[in-house]
Design a protein around this ligand. Structure first.
Ligand SMILES: [Fe+2]
Ligand SMILES: [Fe+2]
Length: 155
């Protein structure tokens, strides 16, 4: 059961030193906010339809796809600038993707909206908040200190 809903605001979310990372975080938070709205609507329905479920599936698919490219670009940046904690940072990406896919698979199998809500409103925002404030922040700082331009994008 979701007790403390965490909704991370795209506009006020903490920024790091590199633009493409901030833009990606912004887009991701918008996707998650939309997913959150669909979940809340589903929870409020007495008798949710297949269409409601299908919209949630689509929103999670978009989110997972977005996360893939999000992490791919950050991993590429780390390699480009030789970030010394590459393995720690990229391992966090891998772990959360495994979790997201597991949550998605179980939602498709059992339509347990409370379990999904718990992940989207609690576990994931906690993870994201902590990840950006540690790994992403350090990576961006390191990159810029080593001459990477804040407005470039990994090749
Ligand atoms: Fe990130
Ligand atoms: Fe990251």
């Amino acid at each position: 059961m979701t007790t403390d809903k965490i909704i991370l605001e795209a506009n006020t979310f903490p920024r790091v030193d590199i633009d493409f990372m901030n833009n990606t975080h912004f887009d991701e938070l918008i996707l998650v906010q939309k997913l959150g709205q669909l979940i809340t609507r589903y929870q409020q329905h007495q008798d949710p339809s297949d269409d409601d479920a299908q919209q949630i599936i689509q929103a999670i698919e978009n989110w997972i796809e977005h996360s893939h490219s999000h992490f791919y670009r950050e991993n590429a940046l780390m390699q480009e600038v030789g970030f010394p904690m590459y393995h720690v940072h990229s391992a966090e990406h891998e772990h959360v993707l495994v979790d997201m896919v597991a949550v998605f698979t179980s939602w498709k199998n059992n339509h347990d909206i409370e379990a999904l809500a718990d992940y989207v409103f609690s576990a994931w925002p906690r993870w994201f908040n902590n990840h950006v404030k540690t790994m992403d922040l350090m990576t961006a700082q390191f990159a810029v200190m080593n001459g990477y331009s804040p407005n470039s994008v990994p090749s």
